[in-house]
Design a protein around this ligand. Structure first.
Ligand code: 13P
Length: 249
């Protein structure tokens, strides 16, 4: 049985003060459950405070980016040693907002993921198609290209440490969720690809999340699909009650 993995992505929301308020409220209501991993992907300035606030709980902390060099003249970026120093557990990599607005490519996504792995920070690698690609029927080709790029460049041991998040861009922040069948179809397709490249054992263990307008009302139908092992949750992860309701799907 694969574990379920629910990760919040706070994007560019909250200050450290409001992040700590969330942590206090969430700790009062959250009870860890066997087989369900929970993480929060927060802006850089909140990571250290959240790591301390969630000490002794089973809530993991994720960054929303990580650079591929250990250090250097890369203004505005953050390195793996910097994140490791404060105990960050995961790094969200290649989110469609980074691909769309900040020039992230399959190559940079892969380089970032390999560096995170080198430091024992677990990559959550995002893939997913635009509406035009879905309408044109090229969504499987696109997701294949995105996943193959990094799966081909990882050893089986490295691939065993990643999470893949399938986030169709047309479903992000739009309230238009992919149907459970559409989400399942693509997550199963991704697992099939991982099986072709790294074999059954890896594919059966690989955690594949769905993301895009996940909320308490649709979490159950999405998270009970056989190939959907969790969710990457944007808007609904900003409120403790909503985030918890998704975890308790
Ligand atoms: P929403 O849940 O707000 O649609 O965002 C999804 C997302 O981008 C998570 O990474």
């Amino acid at each position: 049985m694969r574990k379920k993995f629910i990760c919040g992505n706070w994007k560019m929301y909250k200050t450290t003060a409001s992040a700590l308020e969330f942590a206090e409220d969430f700790k009062k209501i959250y009870k860890p459950k066997e087989g369900i991993e929970v993480a929060i992907g927060a802006p850089f300035t909140q990571l250290k405070a959240l790591k301390e606030a969630f000490k002794g709980t089973e809530v993991a902390i994720s960054s929303q980016n990580i650079h591929w060099e250990d250090e250097g003249a890369f203004t505005g970026e953050i390195s793996a040693p910097m994140l490791k120093e404060i105990g960050v557990d995961y790094a969200i990599i290649g989110h469609s907002e980074r691909r769309q607005y900040f020039g992230e490519t399959d190559e940079t996504v892969c380089k970032r993921a390999l560096k995170a792995l080198e430091y024992g920070i677990l990559p959550i690698i995002c893939v997913g198609e635009k509406l035009e690609e879905r309408d044109a029927g090229t969504h499987f080709d696109l997701v294949r290209r995105q996943c193959e790029y990094f799966l081909d460049r990882m050893t089986k041991e490295q691939a065993a440490c990643i999470t893949i998040a399938y986030e169709p861009i047309w479903a992000i922040g739009t309230g238009r969720t992919a149907s459970p069948e559409q989400a399942e179809e693509m997550c199963a397709f991704i697992r099939g690809m991982a099986r072709e490249i790294h074999g059954h054992e890896l594919a059966d263990k690989l955690i594949i999340q769905y993301g895009g307008s996940v909320k308490p009302a649709n979490a159950h139908e999405l998270l009970t699909q056989p190939d959907i092992d969790g969710a990457l949750v944007g808007g609904a992860s900003l409120k403790p009650d909503d985030f918890l309701a998704i975890i308790n799907y």
